[in-house]
Write a protein that binds this ligand. Structure first.
Ligand code: ADP
Ligand code: MG
Length: 226
């Protein structure tokens, strides 16, 4: 087993020194294995999104350490964390909507355009990943003209366009039906076996939990089982 990410005694407390203080993550020490799918289950409010946000370098823990490929990232500069996040991590978060008026290609190319890649180069790369997703004949359709499953694949393509080593997905099946869920999981699985992608997914969907290689469960901010 090769550990790609480790959290050591990580805590996240929101609203410290206020009456609304919440320990969203309590003393979480976990190891994420490279090129495997790790699912984090547990009821709503148990701290899954917060833990994913810490692992994905979106927020810093209140206490504890986060180690990604042997680098202790909880205390390094914001600039360094941003670079690491951009180079290594792709996200499928519920709040990251596609832009319906833009085409699939344009949506997928967006993260590259944010980093000084030329438009033609960005679109070339976007086209390549859409092809890998079996979406070549939908590349120039506007997202508004696509089915739910196709839109889902565009989101994955956008998360993967920079070839991240790690994919973090928060409740990826929450707004799609069972058939689309199976399709989505199959697409992600092929990226794991073909590219060695490491996947961390938060979900309370039994389909997703069954599909994962490793399942951890959270309850009231704590990892209660692995
Ligand atoms: N930005 C925030 N500010 C204050 N409290 C938060 C914030 N985000 C989450 N919480 C609280 O932290 C707890 C865990 O939330 P969350 O990580 O979203 O759990 P889950 O994803 O399992 O539903 C909840 O009690 C929630 O209300
Ligand atoms: Mg959540």
């Amino acid at each position: 087993m090769v550990t790609i990410i480790e959290t050591r005694n990580v805590w996240k407390t929101y609203g410290i020194d206020t009456p609304r203080r919440v320990d969203a993550v309590r003393d979480a020490s976990i190891k994420i294995e490279r090129s495997k799918v790790t699912a984090i289950g547990g009821p709503s409010g148990s701290g899954k999104t917060t833990l994913l946000s810490i692992i994905g370098l979106l927020i810093r823990p209140t206490q504890g350490q986060v180690v990604i490929e042997s680098i202790e990232v909880s205390r390094v500069s914001e600039l360094y964390r941003t670079r690491l996040r951009r180079n290594k991590i792709g996200f499928i978060f519920q709040s990251q909507y596609l832009i319906p008026q833009l085409t699939s290609i344009e949506n997928v190319a967006l993260p590259l355009l944010c980093t000084n890649t030329s438009r033609s180069k960005a679109e070339e790369q976007a086209r390549k990943i859409l092809l890998e997703m079996g979406m070549e004949d939908r590349a120039d359709f506007r997202v508004a003209e696509l089915s739910g499953g196709e839109q889902q694949r565009v989101s994955i393509a956008r998360a993967l366009v920079r070839s991240p080593e790690i994919l973090i997905a928060d409740e990826p099946s929450s707004s799609i039906d069972k058939t689309l869920t199976h399709e989505l999981l199959e697409t992600i699985r092929s990226m794991v076996s073909e590219k060695g992608l490491t996947v961390i997914v938060a979900s309370h969907d039994p389909i997703v939990l069954d599909w994962a290689d490793i399942v951890m469960t959270m309850s009231d901010g704590e990892i209660i089982s692995e």
